[in-house]
Design a protein around this ligand. Sequence first.
Ligand code: ADP
Length: 295
Amino acid sequence: MRIVLLGAPGSGKGTQSQRLVERLGIPQVSSGDLLRAAVAAGTELGRRAKEAMDGGRLVDDSLVLQMIRERLGEGDTRRGFILDGFPRTLAQAEALERLLRDLTQPLDAVVQLEVDAAELVRRISGRRCCADCGRVFNLFTSPRTAIESELCPKTGAPHHLTQRPDDNEATVAERLRVYEEKTRPLIDFYRARGLLRVIDAMGDVEEVSRRLSQALGAPALRAARAAKSATRRAPHRTGARRKAAQPKSARRRAKSATGRAARRGKARAGLRVNTRGKSPRTTRAGQGRPKGKPR
Ligand code: ADP
Protein backbone atom coordinates (compact mmCIF):
# COMPACT_ATOMS: atom_id res chain seq x y z
CA MET A 1 0.00 0.00 0.00
CA ARG A 2 1.09 3.55 -0.70
CA ILE A 3 -0.37 5.84 1.92
CA VAL A 4 -0.12 9.51 2.86
CA LEU A 5 -0.98 10.55 6.42
CA LEU A 6 -2.10 14.17 6.59
CA GLY A 7 -2.68 16.16 9.75
CA ALA A 8 -1.49 19.07 11.87
CA PRO A 9 1.67 18.85 13.99
CA GLY A 10 0.78 16.69 16.99
CA SER A 11 -2.10 14.91 15.27
CA GLY A 12 -0.37 11.55 15.69
CA LYS A 13 0.94 10.89 12.17
CA GLY A 14 4.27 9.61 13.47
CA THR A 15 2.77 7.34 16.13
CA GLN A 16 0.24 5.84 13.76
CA SER A 17 2.85 5.46 11.00
CA GLN A 18 5.07 3.44 13.33
CA ARG A 19 2.16 1.11 14.10
CA LEU A 20 1.44 0.63 10.40
CA VAL A 21 5.12 -0.12 9.79
CA GLU A 22 4.95 -2.94 12.34
CA ARG A 23 1.72 -4.34 10.95
CA LEU A 24 2.36 -4.00 7.23
CA GLY A 25 6.12 -4.21 6.98
CA ILE A 26 6.35 -1.20 4.70
CA PRO A 27 8.62 1.72 5.58
CA GLN A 28 7.60 5.04 7.08
CA VAL A 29 9.01 7.95 5.13
CA SER A 30 8.92 10.94 7.49
CA SER A 31 10.19 14.20 6.02
CA GLY A 32 10.65 15.59 9.55
CA ASP A 33 12.81 12.61 10.62
CA LEU A 34 14.84 12.78 7.39
CA LEU A 35 15.43 16.50 7.89
CA ARG A 36 16.37 16.06 11.57
CA ALA A 37 18.82 13.33 10.57
CA ALA A 38 20.36 15.67 7.98
CA VAL A 39 20.69 18.41 10.61
CA ALA A 40 22.29 15.98 13.10
CA ALA A 41 24.70 14.71 10.44
CA GLY A 42 25.62 18.29 9.51
CA THR A 43 25.05 17.77 5.77
CA GLU A 44 24.56 20.67 3.36
CA LEU A 45 20.82 19.90 3.28
CA GLY A 46 20.68 19.90 7.07
CA ARG A 47 22.51 23.20 7.26
CA ARG A 48 20.09 24.82 4.82
CA ALA A 49 16.99 23.32 6.51
CA LYS A 50 17.86 24.07 10.14
CA GLU A 51 16.92 27.74 10.30
CA ALA A 52 13.41 27.19 8.86
CA MET A 53 12.83 24.20 11.13
CA ASP A 54 13.88 26.06 14.28
CA GLY A 55 11.51 28.89 13.41
CA GLY A 56 8.57 26.54 12.73
CA ARG A 57 8.55 27.46 9.03
CA LEU A 58 8.62 25.07 6.10
CA VAL A 59 11.85 24.05 4.46
CA ASP A 60 12.11 24.96 0.74
CA ASP A 61 10.05 22.71 -1.52
CA SER A 62 13.05 22.06 -3.77
CA LEU A 63 15.20 20.73 -0.89
CA VAL A 64 12.45 18.54 0.52
CA LEU A 65 11.51 17.20 -2.91
CA GLN A 66 15.05 16.21 -3.73
CA MET A 67 15.30 14.39 -0.39
CA ILE A 68 11.98 12.54 -0.89
CA ARG A 69 12.81 11.63 -4.49
CA GLU A 70 16.02 9.99 -3.30
CA ARG A 71 14.25 8.16 -0.45
CA LEU A 72 11.47 6.81 -2.68
CA GLY A 73 14.14 5.58 -5.07
CA GLU A 74 15.41 3.13 -2.44
CA GLY A 75 14.43 -0.52 -2.85
CA ASP A 76 12.48 -0.96 0.39
CA THR A 77 9.71 1.36 -0.84
CA ARG A 78 8.87 -0.88 -3.79
CA ARG A 79 6.24 -2.81 -1.82
CA GLY A 80 4.70 0.37 -0.45
CA PHE A 81 5.33 3.21 1.98
CA ILE A 82 3.70 5.51 4.49
CA LEU A 83 4.42 9.17 3.85
CA ASP A 84 4.36 11.18 7.08
CA GLY A 85 4.78 14.96 6.95
CA PHE A 86 5.08 15.03 3.18
CA PRO A 87 3.50 16.53 1.11
CA ARG A 88 2.88 19.72 3.03
CA THR A 89 2.23 22.22 0.23
CA LEU A 90 0.26 22.07 -3.03
CA ALA A 91 3.51 22.29 -4.98
CA GLN A 92 4.84 19.23 -3.09
CA ALA A 93 1.60 17.32 -3.69
CA GLU A 94 1.73 18.04 -7.41
CA ALA A 95 5.40 17.05 -7.59
CA LEU A 96 4.67 13.82 -5.70
CA GLU A 97 1.87 13.01 -8.11
CA ARG A 98 4.23 13.44 -11.07
CA LEU A 99 6.97 11.41 -9.40
CA LEU A 100 4.67 8.50 -8.55
CA ARG A 101 3.17 8.59 -12.04
CA ASP A 102 6.69 8.21 -13.48
CA LEU A 103 7.34 5.31 -11.12
CA THR A 104 3.87 3.85 -11.98
CA GLN A 105 3.19 3.68 -8.23
CA PRO A 106 0.08 5.79 -7.62
CA LEU A 107 -1.18 6.44 -4.09
CA ASP A 108 -3.81 4.12 -2.63
CA ALA A 109 -5.10 6.36 0.13
CA VAL A 110 -4.63 9.68 1.91
CA VAL A 111 -5.87 9.76 5.49
CA GLN A 112 -6.48 13.05 7.27
CA LEU A 113 -6.13 12.83 11.08
CA GLU A 114 -8.45 15.42 12.67
CA VAL A 115 -7.61 16.74 16.16
CA ASP A 116 -8.82 19.98 17.77
CA ALA A 117 -6.34 22.82 18.41
CA ALA A 118 -6.27 22.62 22.24
CA GLU A 119 -5.46 18.91 22.11
CA LEU A 120 -2.71 19.50 19.52
CA VAL A 121 -0.97 21.96 21.82
CA ARG A 122 -1.32 19.59 24.79
CA ARG A 123 0.13 16.66 22.85
CA ILE A 124 3.05 18.66 21.47
CA SER A 125 3.99 20.10 24.86
CA GLY A 126 4.01 16.61 26.40
CA ARG A 127 5.98 14.99 23.58
CA ARG A 128 9.38 13.52 24.49
CA CYS A 129 11.68 11.47 22.37
CA CYS A 130 14.44 9.03 23.32
CA ALA A 131 17.68 10.56 22.09
CA ASP A 132 19.15 7.10 21.51
CA CYS A 133 16.42 4.95 19.89
CA GLY A 134 14.05 7.68 18.66
CA ARG A 135 10.97 6.23 20.34
CA VAL A 136 8.32 8.87 21.02
CA PHE A 137 6.52 9.14 24.38
CA ASN A 138 3.99 11.56 25.76
CA LEU A 139 4.12 12.73 29.36
CA PHE A 140 0.33 13.10 29.41
CA THR A 141 -0.78 10.03 27.51
CA SER A 142 1.91 7.33 27.56
CA PRO A 143 1.63 4.83 30.43
CA ARG A 144 3.98 5.80 33.27
CA THR A 145 5.43 2.31 33.33
CA ALA A 146 6.50 2.62 29.68
CA ILE A 147 8.20 5.95 30.34
CA GLU A 148 9.91 5.01 33.61
CA SER A 149 10.77 1.36 33.49
CA GLU A 150 11.16 0.40 29.83
CA LEU A 151 14.75 0.03 28.64
CA CYS A 152 16.09 1.59 25.47
CA PRO A 153 16.83 -1.14 22.92
CA LYS A 154 19.93 0.77 21.76
CA THR A 155 21.65 1.38 25.10
CA GLY A 156 19.99 -1.12 27.47
CA ALA A 157 19.59 1.77 29.95
CA PRO A 158 16.36 3.71 30.66
CA HIS A 159 15.26 5.89 27.73
CA HIS A 160 17.06 9.22 27.52
CA LEU A 161 14.07 11.53 27.05
CA THR A 162 14.56 14.85 25.27
CA GLN A 163 12.24 17.50 23.92
CA ARG A 164 12.42 18.51 20.26
CA PRO A 165 13.79 22.07 19.94
CA ASP A 166 10.78 23.10 17.83
CA ASP A 167 8.26 21.82 20.41
CA ASN A 168 8.32 25.11 22.34
CA GLU A 169 5.27 27.36 22.64
CA ALA A 170 6.21 30.10 20.15
CA THR A 171 7.33 27.69 17.44
CA VAL A 172 4.28 25.49 17.89
CA ALA A 173 1.96 28.45 17.26
CA GLU A 174 3.81 29.22 14.02
CA ARG A 175 3.73 25.56 12.93
CA LEU A 176 -0.03 25.42 13.46
CA ARG A 177 -0.50 28.66 11.49
CA VAL A 178 1.65 27.35 8.63
CA TYR A 179 -0.32 24.11 8.66
CA GLU A 180 -3.63 25.96 8.24
CA GLU A 181 -2.27 28.13 5.45
CA LYS A 182 -0.15 25.72 3.42
CA THR A 183 -1.17 22.17 4.26
CA ARG A 184 -4.91 22.26 4.89
CA PRO A 185 -5.59 22.97 1.18
CA LEU A 186 -4.25 19.47 0.43
CA ILE A 187 -7.48 18.04 1.86
CA ASP A 188 -9.42 19.37 -1.13
CA PHE A 189 -6.61 18.38 -3.51
CA TYR A 190 -6.86 14.73 -2.47
CA ARG A 191 -10.64 14.79 -2.06
CA ALA A 192 -10.91 15.81 -5.72
CA ARG A 193 -8.83 12.75 -6.64
CA GLY A 194 -11.11 10.39 -4.69
CA LEU A 195 -8.24 9.39 -2.34
CA LEU A 196 -9.19 11.22 0.86
CA ARG A 197 -10.44 9.54 4.03
CA VAL A 198 -10.89 11.61 7.19
CA ILE A 199 -10.75 10.11 10.67
CA ASP A 200 -11.35 11.50 14.13
CA ALA A 201 -7.88 11.29 15.71
CA MET A 202 -8.95 12.35 19.22
CA GLY A 203 -8.89 9.56 21.77
CA ASP A 204 -6.25 7.02 22.71
CA VAL A 205 -3.67 5.56 20.38
CA GLU A 206 -5.41 2.15 20.12
CA GLU A 207 -8.73 3.69 19.27
CA VAL A 208 -7.26 5.93 16.56
CA SER A 209 -5.35 2.95 15.22
CA ARG A 210 -8.62 1.03 14.83
CA ARG A 211 -10.24 3.95 13.02
CA LEU A 212 -7.23 4.21 10.73
CA SER A 213 -7.46 0.51 9.84
CA GLN A 214 -11.13 0.90 9.07
CA ALA A 215 -10.41 3.91 6.88
CA LEU A 216 -7.74 2.04 4.96
CA GLY A 217 -10.15 -0.85 4.42
CA ALA A 218 -9.82 -4.27 6.01
CA PRO A 219 -9.41 -6.19 2.70
CA ALA A 220 -6.58 -3.94 1.57
CA LEU A 221 -4.82 -4.29 4.94
CA ARG A 222 -5.20 -8.08 4.87
CA ALA A 223 -3.62 -8.19 1.42
CA ALA A 224 -0.72 -6.00 2.58
CA ARG A 225 -0.18 -8.19 5.67
CA ALA A 226 -0.26 -11.35 3.54
CA ALA A 227 2.39 -9.82 1.28
CA LYS A 228 4.48 -9.04 4.38
CA SER A 229 4.36 -12.59 5.73
CA ALA A 230 5.06 -14.08 2.27
CA THR A 231 8.23 -12.00 2.09
CA ARG A 232 9.17 -13.10 5.61
CA ARG A 233 8.71 -16.80 4.76
CA ALA A 234 10.90 -16.62 1.69
CA PRO A 235 13.15 -13.60 2.10
CA HIS A 236 15.76 -14.84 -0.38
CA ARG A 237 13.32 -15.62 -3.18
CA THR A 238 11.81 -12.97 -5.37
CA GLY A 239 9.46 -12.92 -8.39
CA ALA A 240 10.08 -15.73 -10.81
CA ARG A 241 12.11 -17.86 -8.39
CA ARG A 242 9.36 -17.83 -5.81
CA LYS A 243 6.82 -18.70 -8.52
CA ALA A 244 8.92 -21.57 -9.83
CA ALA A 245 9.27 -23.03 -6.33
CA GLN A 246 5.49 -23.50 -6.07
CA PRO A 247 3.69 -26.41 -7.76
CA LYS A 248 1.46 -25.31 -10.64
CA SER A 249 -1.77 -26.48 -8.99
CA ALA A 250 -0.99 -24.46 -5.84
CA ARG A 251 -0.31 -21.41 -7.99
CA ARG A 252 -3.69 -21.81 -9.73
CA ARG A 253 -5.48 -22.21 -6.38
CA ALA A 254 -3.75 -19.20 -4.84
CA LYS A 255 -4.49 -17.07 -7.88
CA SER A 256 -8.22 -17.79 -7.95
CA ALA A 257 -8.47 -17.45 -4.16
CA THR A 258 -6.79 -14.04 -4.34
CA GLY A 259 -9.19 -13.03 -7.12
CA ARG A 260 -12.20 -14.22 -5.13
CA ALA A 261 -11.02 -12.48 -1.94
CA ALA A 262 -10.27 -9.26 -3.81
CA ARG A 263 -13.71 -9.31 -5.48
CA ARG A 264 -15.43 -9.99 -2.16
CA GLY A 265 -13.45 -7.23 -0.41
CA LYS A 266 -14.04 -4.70 -3.15
CA ALA A 267 -17.76 -5.46 -3.30
CA ARG A 268 -17.93 -4.89 0.47
CA ALA A 269 -16.03 -1.60 0.12
CA GLY A 270 -18.63 -0.35 -2.38
CA LEU A 271 -16.43 -0.75 -5.44
CA ARG A 272 -17.89 -2.00 -8.69
CA VAL A 273 -16.22 -5.24 -9.71
CA ASN A 274 -15.93 -6.36 -13.28
CA THR A 275 -15.79 -10.13 -13.28
CA ARG A 276 -16.03 -10.55 -17.04
CA GLY A 277 -12.45 -9.88 -17.96
CA LYS A 278 -9.51 -11.97 -16.74
CA SER A 279 -8.09 -9.29 -14.46
CA PRO A 280 -10.86 -7.50 -12.57
CA ARG A 281 -10.92 -3.73 -13.07
CA THR A 282 -12.62 -1.60 -10.52
CA THR A 283 -13.96 1.89 -10.33
CA ARG A 284 -15.67 3.70 -7.49
CA ALA A 285 -19.39 3.23 -7.90
CA GLY A 286 -20.72 6.11 -9.95
CA GLN A 287 -17.26 7.52 -10.75
CA GLY A 288 -15.88 6.25 -14.00
CA ARG A 289 -12.17 6.91 -14.46
CA PRO A 290 -11.05 8.01 -17.91
CA LYS A 291 -8.85 5.36 -19.50
CA GLY A 292 -5.16 5.81 -18.86
CA LYS A 293 -5.66 8.38 -16.08
CA PRO A 294 -4.04 7.54 -12.74
CA ARG A 295 -6.36 6.98 -9.77
P1 ADP B 1 5.42 18.22 12.91
O1 ADP B 1 4.48 17.47 12.00
O2 ADP B 1 5.24 17.84 14.34
O3 ADP B 1 5.43 19.71 12.67
P2 ADP B 1 7.76 17.14 11.57
O4 ADP B 1 8.67 16.28 12.33
O5 ADP B 1 6.94 16.50 10.51
O6 ADP B 1 6.89 17.82 12.69
O7 ADP B 1 8.55 18.35 10.90
C1 ADP B 1 9.42 19.18 11.62
C2 ADP B 1 9.81 20.39 10.77
O8 ADP B 1 10.53 19.93 9.60
C3 ADP B 1 8.68 21.23 10.23
O9 ADP B 1 8.21 22.19 11.14
C4 ADP B 1 9.33 21.86 8.99
O10 ADP B 1 10.19 22.93 9.33
C5 ADP B 1 10.20 20.73 8.46
N1 ADP B 1 9.47 19.89 7.47
C6 ADP B 1 9.06 18.60 7.64
N2 ADP B 1 8.44 18.16 6.54
C7 ADP B 1 8.45 19.16 5.65
C8 ADP B 1 7.95 19.32 4.33
N3 ADP B 1 7.32 18.34 3.68
N4 ADP B 1 8.15 20.52 3.69
C9 ADP B 1 8.79 21.51 4.29
N5 ADP B 1 9.29 21.44 5.55
C10 ADP B 1 9.11 20.29 6.23
